[in-house]
Design a protein around this ligand. Structure first.
Ligand code: NUP
Length: 217
């Protein structure tokens, strides 16, 4: 994924027309559009190829299965036109390696969730986040997903993965994180959903974020 603006739109709407309309409006400000279960379950897998007309698509399916099933899922998602898939890291090295192997064969990307951005991530995930980051680096994944709500953790995770892997970071805006802070902490991209798609003017909301990050990109 090429970094031009540092912004990824999380498009968690459930209406086809709305999804297309918002994508059209913000296409000039985002490096990718992240879609997940809310949009795909409501509108179908063909939304992936439809929205790829506007930007590369990251499929946030947080894949978390045995190696063979991870591979089968990623195969379908890439076939549908996605450029990247987000997988969970807690399932361990073999599950991750199956996804990364397939992605490399197809020139696609795998991003690995380390520690999630919501408060409940402190219950179990934070304790294993650094180990997952190391595993992602060892497996040569394209990058990791780390929390914009805790920029200090992004800095820790950056130390572990080095500069080869990217960090994409959700939690800006609605969850309390600040785009420029998390970029300064070591993230390459911020992932922003509600603050853009629920805004009266999604293009303006996206532009503001891009302007805020510009000097740190
Ligand atoms: O740790 C994570 N936190 C998170 O919010 C991992 C994620 N993939 N996400 C996703 O990022 C979440 O499912 C949503 O699609 C997006 C953040 O959206 P918003 O809080 O900006 O609306």
């Amino acid at each position: 994924m090429e970094r031009k603006t540092g912004l990824i739109l999380a498009l968690d709407v459930t209406d086809r027309e709305e999804a297309v309309k918002i994508s059209e409006k913000v296409a000039g400000y985002v490096d990718a559009i992240k879609i997940g279960y809310p949009l795909v379950l409501s509108t179908g897998m063909d939304m992936i190829s439809k929205l790829s007309e506007y930007a590369p698509i990251i499929a946030d399916f947080k894949v978390a299965d045995i190696p063979n099933t991870n591979r089968l899922i990623c195969e379908q998602v890439f076939k549908a036109g996605a450029d990247a898939v987000i997988v969970q890291g807690f399932t361990g090295h073999d599950s991750l390696e199956a996804a990364v192997k397939l992605a490399k064969e197809q020139n696609k990307d795998i991003y690995v969730v380390t520690e999630m951005s919501h408060p409940g991530a402190l219950d179990f995930m934070q304790d294993v986040g650094e180990g997952i980051a190391k595993m992602a680096a060892d497996a040569k994944a394209s990058g990791v997903v780390a929390p914009a709500t805790r920029p200090e953790r992004v800095t820790e995770i950056r130390k572990i993965i080095g500069s080869e892997l990217s960090i994409i970071s959700p939690g800006v805006g609605a969850q309390g994180g600040t785009a420029s802070d998390v970029i300064k902490a070591g993230a390459d991209w911020v992932i922003v959903g509600r603050s853009i798609y629920q805004s009266e003017d999604p293009a303006m909301a996206a532009k503001k974020l891009v302007d805020e990050m510009k000097e740190f990109i």
